[in-house]
Design a protein. Sequence first.
Length: 244
Amino acid sequence: MDFYHADQHINNTLKYLIFDCKFTTYQNLDQLNKRDVNFITIRQRSQSLIKHIETIDADQWKKIEVEKAKGTRLVYAYEETTKLKDYEGDVRQVFIKGQNKMRPAILITNDFDITLKQLIRKYSRRWLVKTETSEQIDFFHLNRNSSGIVIKVDFDLTMTILAHNLLKLFCKDMDAYANCNAETLYDKFISAPGEISISDNKILVALKKRKELPCLMDSLKKSEILPISWLQDFHLNFSVNSST
């Protein structure tokens, strides 16, 4: 917040923050509330909170459908108001659990206006962003820039996000693989052996037979009718290699 408000050239219209529980303290949450900034964050579990959750009757939990990387999932939620140390007033506290035995997550917020479903869905989008960021770090090595020069770091960041988005666009029409992570997509489709031959106006790529090849060939048919400007308007054609 101090960094945000330090810039006098921006319009200070920050109204909502969604972040991890390790990002700040209850005292800072109180400061956000006094500045009329709504927040949603995860509260760390304690033994007393876990025992409290265990006392909640089963019929008090509400069913909520939330987004996830592969469609939606059903969770159970219970909400109440509570007090926090170094925080003036009440906060809204929500316990969320799945259908398995995993320990419930605990959300706290000063937003009392949105519905319970809206609140959980709003925070669940952060989980989706976190998943995407983790993928960019683990597979594309986003945190391993090759230079300390700022312009090079910016270039690395741009190219990493571009590569990630292109990979997602590449598989979005493949129903069976549309929600696979980057590493799986690379292993199944990109890291595929083949033979390349070039004629006067055509580049032919003969791909080695493999289980995912029929799905890949259906997806690649669209590219065969389009000339590629940066390849001197060559057409790129794909076929199945007759040999293994």
